[in-house]
Design a protein around this ligand. Sequence first.
Ligand code: NOJ
Length: 535
Amino acid sequence: MGQPTPARKDRDWWRSAVIYQVYVRSFADGDGDGTGDLAGVRTRLPYLAELGVDALWFTPWYLSPLKDGGYDVADYRTIDPAFGTLAEAEKLIAEARELGIRTIVDIVPNHVSDQHPWFRAALAAGPGSPERELFHFRRGRGARGELPPNDWPSQFAGSTEPVWTRLPDGDWYLHLFTPEQPDLNWAHPAVRQEHEDILRFWFERGVAGVRIDSAALLAKDPDLPDLAAHPRPHPFVDRDELHDVYRSWRRVADEYDGVFVGEVWLPDPGRFARYLRPDELHTAFNFSFLSCPWDAARLREAIDTTLAEHAPVGAPATWVLCNHDVTRTVTRYGREDTAFDFATKAFGTPADPVLGTRRARAAALLSLALPGAVYLYQGEELGLPEAEIPAGRIQDPMYLRSRGTDPGRDGCRVPLPWAAGLPYAGFGSRKEPWLPQPPDWPMYAVDRQQRDPHSMLTLYRRAVALRPEFGEGPLTWLPAPEGVLAFSRADGVLCVVNLAPTPAGLPAHSRLLLGSGPLDESGRLPQDTAAWLRA
Ligand code: NOJ
């Protein structure tokens, strides 16, 4: 195949990119009001350039009542005033591009905010109106229509709340998430047209890609059958009609060289890969890797399955250790159960931060050595742990809708620490930020870590800078003792990760490029440590 030409490499940037997820509300506060914003991101672009990332994925920054952290969009063409203005977003996209950093925006096609003009019009227009056809309005069951139209469960784990809300006029409307997030009717042509216009709106503004929220949930069986009746295909997960939607999205993206990354949580690798066929989405998040426990055999299996499912469709894999919905890696790996599962999240689960950090460092080198694109979630590069937010301060609907049994996701959304000696660890706020920072937050601050050669930040910077050494080649497993993962890539660079209790001898190499921790006195790799070697 030979080396790709520079032009092709540039066009295919997303196949091997390092993409940094910015949760705007908690990244940096530019105006001091307690909430992160675009002004804050703009001042921190040099930091992101120094980290060496290729692109930024911004969680929704549009006008929103923030009932689900912005995943309740009232207007896709306006930036929420808490975050800034459209002109500022345009500047941010351009300034980032000047630093060689591309922008990915987040589109939430399954639902809108109940404050979206379409939903307000539907409420005003009343039962049977064409305005209501853009959503899923139904009469209820029971003698007086007092029962919800079907038995579908909430898509927020732990929630026992219904997915239907009844209006005073007797109609019920469907919302797989909160009542403030009514589901759109994707069988309606106006819904399709509007989303293609939204894609163009953002591609015209220079964004390079779009993350698609809840990408496998949009299409619904028009009969909305009960799940208890075991309807096949599933009435709202992974329906075949969706592929036609994404094929037409792809045609729009191709006009701009734009790329997609889908949030596709599906247990079946074959069904997952269908979204990645050459005329559909470019990439999708790899949740099997994110959910995998810290166990060599299980990780190897997750890696092999991932590569095998992507190969036939020619799509690159993505490697993700955490995001704004899941437990922070350092905490998860420091627990007895190191897998991630929404169903088992609980308050007060003990975690060993030293052990978790050691493993998270090794996991960083593992994921950055794999072929494909890597996603980093803000604060991962600082080794931030999951915070326990006092119950009275939690804002996440996942907590509120589980009636307080699920801790929710705010613990991974705490405002970042930038400077140890400043108020609120330099987040930029003049008053208490929207979520409280734990007392030890200054310890993780960027200014401290960048002076420390052994910090998590220094490790990430070095790893991102060295990652191109692995080239574009495929992965080949090398013989290794039980509990050790060892592989090479085409350019003769090796990655070895030891998860076993006994130190592991390193394969023959000319140079140690990077280690997640020191080797022992005999030059062996200790437990929960990773090394990059030149063969
Ligand atoms: C997935 C998003 O990542 C999550 O934060 C959100 O709550 C749901 N989709 C609903 O939009």
